[in-house]
Design a protein around this ligand. Structure first.
Ligand SMILES: NC(=O)c1ccc[n+]([C@@H]2O[C@H](COP(=O)([O-])OP(=O)(O)OC[C@H]3O[C@@H](n4cnc5c(N)ncnc54)[C@H](OP(=O)(O)O)[C@@H]3O)[C@@H](O)[C@H]2O)c1
Length: 312
C-alpha cells in the first residue's frame, strides 16, 4: 500500500524506523528480516549513526535479488549541524548507504547548529549547556541546497521534518521544489489534526514519527509520562478486532492517510506491525480514537539531549 507524493513518486505507507538500532549486526538483521516480511521503506538519518550497517544489508539484498532498487524507498535526513553543508552531507549518507540516490531526503529539524564536520552529527552544547544554535543560516538557504540535490539527481524527493504550520507555510512560500513530505510526531495522544490537515491540503504527505508514542519504552527512554500502548480505549478496540494496541495505533495512522514508521528491534514486532495492513477500523472506532487525544508530545528526547525545548 503506497501513497503518491506531489511529484508523482510513490511512498509505501509503512516503513521501518531505524533510530537507536546502533549495533551493526542488529541493524543488518532488522533490515534483512524486514525485507523478507515485505517492508520496502526504511526511515534512516545520518544522526542515527547506523547508515553503514543499513548500506551493507541493502547491498546484500540487492546483490542476492531479494529486492530491486526500484522497489525500495530509502529516506535519510540532513542533521542540524550540516545545514550549511547539505550536498556534502547527502553524499556522505549515500556513500554509507551504498546507494546512487535517495528516494527522500529530509531537513531533520528546522534549526541549524554549530557545524562539527560533515556527517558528524554530535550536537554540540554551548558553554551554557544549551544547544549551540547557528543563527547565520536560514531555512530558506538550507532548502535551496535541498533543491540542488534534486536537480543533480542525488535525491528524488525532498521534504521537511518537525516543521509546525508556521514553518511549513513559510517553506511553501519560498520553495521552488515543494516539500513532498513533512515528518513529525503524531500518534493517538498527539494527533495534531490542524498540522495534518494543513499539510494534506497543500499536497504535503504526512509521515508520523514516533507513531506508537515511543511504545513500551516511552516513559523510560522518551521521558514521557505515558505508555500509549496501555491506553484502555486502544486495548478495548484491539480486543474487538483481535489486534494489539500497537496495530490499532498504526492502522489509525494509515487510515488518516498518514505514513507510519514504527521502530522495533524485535522480529515478532516487525511482523505484528506490518499486519496493520490486514484489517480496517470502522469509522466509529476512528472517532473513538480521536477522543483520546491528549495533545501530549511523548518524544522528549531532543529536549532531554539539548537542555532546551526547541518546540516551546
Ligand atoms: N524526524 C524525527 O525527528 C524523528 C524523531 C523520532 C523518530 N523518528 C523516526 O521514527 C521512527 C519511530 O519512532 P520512535 O522510534 O521514536 O518511536 P515508536 O516507533 O513510536 O516506538 C518505538 C518503541 O516502540 C516499541 N515497539 C515497536 N513495535 C511495538 C509493538 N508492536 N508493540 C509494543 N512495542 C512496540 C519499540 O520497542 P522494541 O524495539 O523493543 O520493539 C520501541 O521502544 C524512528 O525510528 C525514526 O526512524 C524521526
Amino acid at each position: 500500500m503506497a501513497i503518491t507524493l506531489n511529484n508523482g513518486f510513490k511512498m509505501p505507507m509503512m516503513g521501518v524506523g531505524v533510530a537507536t538500532i546502533m549495533k551493526n549486526d542488529e541493524i543488518k538483521d532488522i533490515i534483512t528480516n524486514a525485507l523478507k516480511i515485505g517492508y520496502r521503506h526504511f526511515d534512516c538519518a545520518a544522526h542515527y549513526k547506523n547508515e553503514a550497517g543499513i548500506g551493507e544489508a541493502l547491498a546484500e539484498a540487492l546483490e542476492s535479488g531479494l529486492v530491486t532498487r526500484e522497489e525500495l524507498f530509502i529516506t535519510s535526513k540532513v542533521w542540524t549541524s550540516d545545514h550549511g553543508h547539505v550536498v556534502e552531507a547527502c553524499k556522505d549518507s549515500l556513500k554509507k548507504l551504498q546507494l546512487q540516490y535517495l528516494d527522500l531526503y529530509l531537513v531533520h529539524f528546522p534549526i541549524a547548529t554549530k557545524h562539527t564536520g560533515v556527517g558528524n552529527t554530535s550536537s554540540e552544547l554551548a558553554k551554557d549547556g544549551m544547544l549551540d544554535i547557528d543563527t547565520t543560516i536560514s531555512l530558506e538557504t538550507t532548502w535551496r541546497a535541498m533543491e540542488e540535490l534534486v536537480s543533480i539527481g542525488l535525491v528524488r524527493s525532498i521534504g521537511i521534518s518537525n516543521y509546525d504550520i508556521y514553518l511549513t507555510r513559510d517553506c511553501l512560500a519560498y520553495s521552488k521544489v515543494k516539500p513532498a513530505v513533512n515528518q513529525f510526531e503524531t500518534h493517538p495522544y498527539f494527533q495534531r489534526e490542524s498540522l495534518v490537515r494543513f499539510c494534506q491540503k497543500h499536497q504535503i504527505c504526512v509521515t508520523a514519527h514516533t507513531p506508537l508514542g515511543g511504545g513500551v519504552s516511552s516513559p523510560q527512554v522518551y521521558g514521557s509520562i505515558y505508555n500509549i500502548l496501555q491506553d484502555e480505549v486502544l486495548q478495548e478496540i484491539g480486543n474487538k478486532y483481535g489486534r494489539s494496541p500497537a496495530q490499532i495505533a498504526l492502522r489509525w495512522g494509515i487510515q488518516r492517510n498518514v505514513v507510519v514508521i514504527p521502530k522495533t528491534s524485535k522480529l515478532n514486532r516487525l511482523k505484528e506491525n506490518f499486519e496493520a495492513f490486514d484489517f480496517e477500523l470502522k469509522q466509529e472506532d476512528m472517532d473513538l480514537i480521536k477522543s483520546i487525544d491528549k495533545n501530549y508530545r511523548t518524544n522528549l528526547i531532543s529536549t532531554l539531549a539539548w537542555g532546551m525545548d526547541i518546540n516551546a
